[in-house]
Design a protein around this ligand. Structure first.
Ligand code: ADP
Ligand code: MG
Length: 340
């Protein structure tokens, strides 16, 4: 039976950086849930606030004003003292990044680093921690794990290094894994292998995962639910099938149009969305996407004016929401009160 309460609950999360040119609100009023054993994909172009969101969830922002609520298993994390956050990180939550080398120490073997991580969080003895490190390397598909545990990070390929990071993240058996562009630096074949590995581990361990990516192809492969971000806000939130079958926000449709077509590799109309993301320093009053939006451009003068001056709020059918005045939901009846 599914756990009724989500593991991670984010409500009205905003993150504002003070800068010499004024406050930059990099994340604005974001709300989402990650249930036990589910994967949320957060997708959007570079600069849309994905990494800032993930760091806020992990309590890793210093110098930024963080408001709203982030709860893990019902426990509020916003405002928690660093010491307690540190304890949660590693034991309950773990994070992996695009560039594993920046997180691995060049002078210690990967086995030592994974074992040390285990020792810090579990107080385990040296020999037990080493054995656990070798097991962890085996679990993430590193051949000859015992021998490779004695090697240094530079002796591993990019894909194998990312496997090492996953082993490190999972050795303390966290409930929540936040992965920020974990496969972006890898070539396509290795990327697919790492995504399959993450999907397998997620299922086997009933992990909750937040998968951050600029690539809807990655989302399609691993996510159950999707949050599309634009300019620090939620543009669209939906179960993955609904998002791909009937994208409601013009921005989501633009992202989908710019995906390479896997069914016909010769036909690659890579139509990138024209224009560039909005300035967060001095946000316009209306819809942040309006200047780039095909729907707004095709609208009547009255509609265009509405997009330019009135900020859309998230709304929609049960479980599928978009922040667009002209969101295109499929014309199907909704059955309020009946869970999907
Ligand atoms: N430390 C910081 N100080 C000021 N602004 C920041 C800082 N970190 C991030 N930002 C702003 O937040 C925006 C979103 O950043 P980020 O979350 O890294 O985007 P992405 O979606 O590419 O991960 C950036 O474009 C930048 O304007
Ligand atoms: Mg980022």
């Amino acid at each position: 039976m599914a756990d009724p309460a989500p593991l991670l609950t984010v409500r009205d999360l905003s993150v504002t950086f003070p800068t010499p040119r004024g406050p930059v609100r990099a994340v604005d009023s974001l709300s989402f849930d990650v249930p036990h054993g589910r994967t949320l994909g957060i997708v959007g172009e570079s600069g849309s606030g994905k990494s800032v969101t993930s760091l806020a969830v992990m309590g890793l922002h210093t110098g930024a004003e963080v408001t709203g609520s982030v709860t893990l298993d019902g426990r509020e994390l916003v405002g928690l003292p660093d010491r307690e956050l540190n304890r949660l990180r590693g034991r309950r939550t773990a994070m992996i990044f695009q560039d594993p080398l920046s997180s691995l120490h060049p002078y210690y073997t990967v086995g030592e680093q994974i074992a040390e991580h285990h020792r810090v969080h579990f107080g385990s003895r040296r020999a037990a921690a080493r054995a656990r490190a070798v097991e962890a390397l085996a679990e993430v598909g590193i051949p000859e794990p015992k021998r490779r545990a004695g090697e240094y990070p530079h002796q591993f390929s990019g894909g194998m290094r990312q496997r090492v990071m996953i082993a490190m993240a999972l050795v303390c058996e966290p409930d929540l894994l936040v992965a920020d562009e974990p496969t972006t630096a890898l070539d396509v074949t290795v990327q697919a292998q790492i995504l399959d590995l993450l999907a397998r581990l997620q299922q086997e361990r009933r992990l909750s995962v937040v998968m951050i990516t600029h690539d809807l192809g990655v989302v399609a492969r691993v996510a159950h639910e999707v949050l599309v971000m634009y300019g620090g806000r939620a543009a669209e939130q939906a179960p993955v099938d609904a998002l791909f079958a009937s994208p409601a926000h013009p921005y989501t449709r633009g992202l989908l149009d710019s995906l390479p077509r896997l069914d016909d590799p010769d036909d690659v109309p890579l139509r990138a969305i024209p224009g560039s993301p909005p300035s967060l320093l001095d946000p316009a009053p209306g819809c942040a996407f309006a200047p780039r939006c095909a729907r707004a451009a095709a609208g009547t003068a009255e509609e265009r004016d509405r997009c330019a001056t009135e900020r859309p709020v998230l709304g929609g059918h049960r479980g599928h929401a978009a922040a667009c005045h002209f969101a295109a939901f499929p014309a199907v009846p909704t059955y309020e009160g009946i869970a999907p």
